[in-house]
Design a binder for this molecule. Structure first.
Ligand code: NAD
Ligand code: MG
Length: 393
């Protein structure tokens, strides 16, 4: 039995992960669950999977969870606070860790899991964007495994040879073709984007996801974060990653080889496929996802992204090219801007303005260590927050 920790278990990826795990009770044992503050769902999950440990980052939520589980025969040990995420990530019983916290909040636990040599199933792309150099180094130094859950990166992983995954030139790879749905506003007149509401932005045509990543998909910052994620995972450079809009979200990404071959991974848009793939790798196991029906899934179309519609994608390409602390600055500004948009403090098009402003104000520097990156993250959040006060409607 493989011991698994699910960080961010109450979220969209967390719920899909528990669904896949429940299909294979003979293979996996859930050791730990963590969430921010959703007591009701966490209580339900604890009763269903009986973990050894449950973390609520919010202290009041942890207290409420203790009350909610008081009648459970074998209740989990309930821990509170962000530091408890790191405790869980280092538990010897945890062999696999699903990193499905949203945002830079997932960085420390992912890094701890890497240092403890775990198999990391990485959904939390922001961790790589902020600290890719440190995370990849920790994985290499401690014999950890990093398997991508993000559907595009999981698809690319599947289209690359096992060896050498991280030497694309030797593998004969010319380009990574990173597919994008284009989000809900692919055809919305640019002049109308200003008035988009949070609920409109979160109504993704193909995927049901958490609100932050849904907004990122609408601005295409998600694809920008994924560009940087791909560069770290596959040891490549932004010029070798091409974004391709494929609105049907059936092809999850492609790899173009020097002999003219293009390999693609296809499937219904359901995150349980990459989750099951990374859990079972290098084997395969069932995920609960329906087989793809080529006769009903419709035509496939492809188009390049329009820069004037998606300024966040351009900013991300620039940050990727600049490197150093630029992606961490961009990520922090984006997290603050998206939260302000979801709280209806700023308009949709202001998100890219906040990110551009903060990138402009804070000079990027070469990455030295974790403390530097954490300080950069704090500084960029402060700049973004300050700028937002000047924009408020
Ligand atoms: P979500 O908002 O549905 O869930 C987020 C989870 O993280 C919740 O369990 C929440 O309790 C927890 N959390 C939130 N803030 C936290 C904090 N400060 N500290 C600790 N825990 C916290 O998000 P999601 O859609 O499941 O996305 C999770 C991650 O996976 C994101 O990085 C996202 O980009 C990535 N991802 C998601 C999808 C998807 O289909 N949902 C696809 C690809 C990648
Ligand atoms: Mg993705």
């Amino acid at each position: 039995m493989i011991g698994v920790a699910v960080l961010g278990s109450t979220g969209s990826i967390g719920v899909s992960t528990l669904d896949v795990l429940a299909r294979h009770p003979d293979r996996y044992r859930v050791v730990a669950l963590t969430a921010h503050s959703n007591v009701e769902r966490m209580a339900q999950q604890c009763r269903a999977v009986q973990p050894q440990v449950a973390v609520m980052v919010d202290a009041a939520a942890a207290a409420a969870l203790r009350v909610a589980l008081a009648d459970m025969p074998n209740p989990p040990e309930i821990l509170a606070g962000a530091a408890a995420l790191e405790t869980v990530a280092a538990l010897p019983e945890v062999e696999y860790l699903m990193a499905a916290i949203v945002g830079a909040a997932g960085l420390m636990s992912t890094l701890v899991a890497a240092r403890a040599g775990k198999r990391i199933l990485l959904a939390n792309k922001e961790a790589l964007v902020v600290a890719g150099a440190l995370l990849m180094q920790a994985v290499a130094d401690h014999g950890a495994e990093l398997l991508p859950i993000d559907s595009e990166h999981n698809a690319i992983f599947q289209c690359l040879p096992v060896q050498p995954q991280r030497d694309l030139t030797r593998a004969g790879v010319e380009k990574i073709l990173l597919t994008a749905s284009g989000g809900p506003f692919r055809h919305t007149p640019v002049a109308e984007l200003e008035a988009i509401t949070p609920d409109q932005a979160c109504a993704h045509p193909n995927w049901k996801m958490g609100r932050k990543i849904s907004v990122d998909s609408a601005t295409m910052m998600n694809k920008g974060l994924e560009l940087i994620e791909a560069c770290w995972l596959f040891a490549t450079t932004p010029d070798r990653v091409q974004v391709v809009i494929h609105p049907q979200s059936v092809i999850h990404s492609m790899v173009q080889y020097c002999d003219g071959s293009v390999l693609a991974q296809l499937g219904n848009p359901d995150m349980r496929t990459p989750i099951a793939h990374a859990l079972a790798w290098p084997e395969r196991m069932t995920s609960g996802v329906k087989p793809l029906d080529l006769f009903t899934c419709g035509n496939f179309t492809f188009e390049p992204p329009a820069p004037e519609r998606f300024p966040c994608l351009t900013l991300a390409y620039q940050a990727a090219q600049t490197g150093g602390t630029a992606p961490a600055i961009m990520n922090a500004a984006n997290e603050i801007a998206v939260a302000a948009f979801l709280a209806e403090q700023i308009g949709f098009t202001a998100i890219s303005r906040v990110v551009a402003h903060v990138l402009d104000q804070l000079p990027a520097a070469p990455v030295t260590d974790l403390d530097q990156l954490l300080a950069v993250d704090v500084a960029a959040r402060a700049r973004a927050t300050q700028f937002i006060t000047t924009l408020q409607r």
